[in-house]
Design a protein around this ligand. Sequence first.
Ligand code: MN3
Length: 227
Amino acid sequence: MSLLKNSVRSSLKLVSNTNKLSITNSIRTKVSLPDLKWDFGDLEPFISGQINELHYTKHHQTYVNGYNTAVEQHAEAKQAGDVKRTIELQQHIKFHGGGYLNHCLFWDNLAPNKNGGGELPSETSEFSKKVIEQYGSFDNLISLTNTKLAGIQGSGWAFIAKNKENGAIEVVQTYNQDTVTGNLTPLVAIDAWEHAYYLQYKNVKVDYFKAIWNVINWAEASKRFDA
Ligand code: MN3
């Protein structure tokens, strides 16, 4: 996955500083917020500009920072031989790393109507043909995804994903910031955390799940399917 080009390759140099060990970032690459391909207000009326701005500048930034910090602390704990702390920090890496990746996918999964958001992919595309073969229609695939989204108790995500082993399209639901890994390539990632909709949709999250398909970037999903 191209997102992983940003992933951290820790190259930590331990520097002995009298009694204290300190770690310097010699070649370490930190992850950072991706560029957005649209303006915060471009997804209105389906997702408000205020939500997008907070979601990107605050929430996604928190995962970026959390991941960078956890990776650094993890390296320190490992170096110090602190197994308990190493395990704890792996949970942080999983959570913040998942949050970082999922939101990168999410932003690219959305597009304003003026840029093709909501437009189904060409019927001749391999992606479209596979959706019709397996689900009968995009409406059915969307409906199944919305059912999975509505069933999330607490915070989580739903993904339309491609199983690389057999080429099948699957709908997968995860909790917290868990992402899809292994044989699954995410095609569409939808954020079902309250911060993704509450300012606009309040308690009626199913209206957010219905509305978001108006700005789904199916061209991006099709590109991921072909990759
Ligand atoms: Mn979110």
